[in-house]
Design a protein around this ligand. Structure first.
Ligand code: ASP
Length: 384
């Protein structure tokens, strides 16, 4: 092993990339440090790592259009949802539980376009879409077009837990919810005056959903737990004035929601048609997975060979992780691609290394993040 490191040193001096040098140096230091210290315990910082990010929609959300009172209300609602999810992760709970704990209060809050407070369809109904995905085994559940299920994210999770299907719609999804004993309410419970007026304006003036309210208001959460598992969930009323059974990206696995322990967890908000066309959530995860793999391969290729042509050191995936800047680059690239097609909105992303971040191409996004490293923040405007 020592000989291997001496050979590596010689190789560096003959010009391996600086980045690979630094990485191998870090591995060397940790290797020698490990010889001098106790073996890692369950309390090691590595295993303590957890992260969560939430959103309450993106869009034309500008400081000049918002009263201080309204801003304080949104900030408090986001902080409460973030705290609910973070508390679970801090106490060793699962990413799946944290995602649900963060989304349920946002669904119950009429300020957001999910659960209570959902936008109206062209026909004057509140129809919900939701999805949830577990990065451990990529099990997923999604529902669309329900009108009486109090917390659509819990119904999506019941579909996932049942396991026979991934995506249920309308009356069938409602029946399934009743069979599973989920809480139901009358359809009127979801309605709000503000959303009703928005659809009335849209119908009267033949406006588009973005003309009446260019704030998407969908809610979502992504989390990494201390076991290293990722989860993602999204819940929405869709777009104001939606017709003909329109379904957005939120409940479409791979478009608005995706989680895979090998790469990341993503929840999106925005003009759903574009997010479906790009497959935004899965596209970000796939890019991160391949980038990670490429970096390991690059490092392995730089390891010198012995006399038999065998590498003197086998690089392990556990020695690597993508940096925050690399994750951001990939998320921004996918959002740029979506924007180039005409799609506006944003995503929240959490990675196995604990990075929690946002990428959006709108003036604002209701958002928050918390991590085991002490990050705890909510923000609304792009400049925050
Ligand atoms: N993405 C959602 C949809 O298209 C809307 C939103 O984000 O608010 O249904």
């Amino acid at each position: 092993m020592c000989f291997g490191w001496i050979t590596l040193l010689a190789d560096y001096l003959s010009g391996a990339s600086v980045r690979v040098m630094i990485r191998h140096l870090a591995v060397a230091i940790s290797f020698f440090a490990a010889l001098l210290t106790e073996p890692a315990t369950a309390e090691s910082p590595e295993e303590e790592r957890w992260s969560i990010a939430i959103h309450g929609g993106a869009g034309t959300i500008r400081r000049e259009d918002m009263t201080p009172e309204r801003e304080a209300e949104y900030t408090a609602a986001l902080q409460a949802a973030l705290d609910a999810g973070a508390e679970i992760l801090r106490n060793g709970g699962s990413a799946m539980d944290a995602v649900k704990a963060a989304i349920v209060p946002l669904e119950d809050d009429p300020k957001f376009n999910a659960g209570r407070g959902a936008v109206y369809t062209w026909d004057g109904r509140n129809e919900h879409d939701a999805a949830i995905m577990d990065g451990r085994d990529r099990s997923a559940g999604a529902i669309t077009g329900t009108t009486t299920i109090k917390n659509p994210i819990l119904l999506a999770d019941a579909v996932r837990g049942d396991g026979r299907h991934v995506f249920l719609s309308g009356a069938g999804a409602e029946q399934f919810a009743r069979d599973k004993g989920l809480a139901t309410v009358s359809p009127e419970w979801f309605g709000t005056k503000r959303r009703k007026e928005a659809v009335e304006r849209l119908r009267a003036h033949e406006l588009s959903a973005l003309d009446v309210d260019y704030k998407f208001g969908t809610v979502g959460a992504v989390a990494l737990d201390r076991e290293g598992n990722l989860a993602a969930g999204t819940s929405t009323g869709g777009l104001t004035g939606k017709r003909w059974g329109r379904i957005g990206d939120s409940p479409v696995i791979g478009a608005g929601t995706y989680a895979d322990n090998r790469s990341c967890a993503v929840s999106a908000t925005g003009a759903g048609e574009y997010f479906i066309r790009v497959g935004v959530a899965q596209e970000i995860c796939t890019r991160l997975r391949f980038r990670f793999r490429a970096e390991i391969d690059e490092a392995q290729a730089s390891v010198p060979k012995d006399a038999d042509g065998m590498p003197t050191y086998i690089v392990h995936a556990s020695e690597f992780g993508l940096e925050a800047g690399e994750v951001r680059e990939e998320a921004d690239a996918v959002m740029a691609e979506t924007g180039a097609l005409g799609g506006t909105g944003g995503v929240i992303v959490v990675t196995p290394d604990g990075h929690a971040m946002f990428s959006f191409n709108t003036p604002g996004m209701y958002r928050g993040r918390a991590t085991s490293k002490g990050v705890n923040e909510v923000a609304i405007f792009a400049e925050d």
